[in-house]
Design a protein around this ligand. Structure first.
Ligand code: SAM
Length: 277
């Protein structure tokens, strides 16, 4: 029932069918797993914690007292909503109006229906690019309109031509990066633990050792902002941020804790920020 959404490019019929499956799922399930099972309808493709939002806000506040922010390809705006708690005028663009009206969901006024490929009609302090369809590349359009670009993309390479989401060649410098799981990484753990019959506890443990984290977050900025943004991120790094979203409990439970290293990549620590020299 869940396999359709592994295919990242989907049709409106897929959205309608997924909504039906979600309604059925809700009848028999009282867990809060749905954002990792129906990520498009109930969550985001990348997983995030409050620290991701706080990092973005620290960058935004360093650029401007009253920062502007655009989420490109925001879908229903799950992550954008979290950003708006810190940057109330943050906006999103979404190519498809149909994703809203096909399932009777109201489109918030802060999400505009527009195709990034046709250009971004305003300038923004931060543009967040969580998605570029395979073979589509609108990095030039984004670069013209942003002071800072934050991308998160799947190592599997859904992003742009040849899997490239890098903005180095577009007048931007990379200043920081970190790694988080994708929804599929978390979904796999949930499926093994809760939704697969006849699987022994030892097998679950064995499979757990194979878990991966496939989302890369990159922060790019115009060269003149580089030093001040790096200082802001260094300052944040030294603070002990305790705030969390409720859904972070699932990440902890599935073996994707903050600073956890995964058996297959022991040198990699989840959410640990790398600030470039
Ligand atoms: C995989 S979904 C991700 C949605 C959301 N960002 C998330 O993480 O759950 C990609 C979204 O980007 C939208 N999209 C794709 N190409 C776009 C473009 N050129 N301009 C604006 N939106 C686009 C799609 O319609 C879809 O809703």
């Amino acid at each position: 029932m869940l396999q359709k959404f592994y295919i990242m490019t989907f049709s409106i019929l897929d959205v309608i069918n997924a909504q039906k499956e979600l309604n059925k799922f809700r009848l028999n399930n009282s867990t809060n797993h749905e954002r990792f099972i129906f990520p498009f309808l109930c969550g985001s493709y990348f997983t995030y914690r409050k620290i991701d939002v706080i990092r973005i806000f620290a960058i935004a506040k360093t650029i401007s007292e009253n920062p502007t922010y655009l989420d490109v390809g925001c879908g229903y705006g799950d992550f954008l909503e979290k950003i708006r708690e810190y940057i109330p005028n943050a906006e999103g663009i979404e190519k498809s109006a149909e994703i809203f009206y096909s399932i009777g969901k109201a489109k918030p006024e802060y999400i505009k229906i527009a195709d990034a490929y046709n250009g971004i009609d305003k300038k923004y302090d931060i543009i967040f690019v969580g998605w570029m369809e395979p073979g589509v590349d609108y990095r030039d359009q984004i670069s013209e309109s942003a002071k800072c670009i934050i991308t998160t993309f799947d190592k599997g390479g859904q992003c742009g031509i040849n899997g490239g989401c890098e903005f180095d060649g577009h007048g931007f410098d990379k200043i920081a990066s970190w790694v988080t799981p994708s929804w599929i990484d978390v979904n796999t753990e949930l499926m093994n633990k809760y939704y697969t019959n006849n699987i022994k506890a030892e097998k679950i443990q064995e499979l757990r050792r194979l878990r991966g984290a496939h989302n890369l977050w990159y922060v790019y900025c115009r060269p003149e902002l580089k030093n001040m943004l790096k200082i802001a991120l260094e300052e944040l790094k030294s603070k002990n941020i305790k705030e969390k979203y409720k859904h972070e409990e699932i990440l902890d439970e599935c073996g994707f804790a903050l600073n956890e290293s995964l058996p297959l990549n022991p040198d990699l620590y989840l959410w640990k920020i790398k600030i470039e020299d």
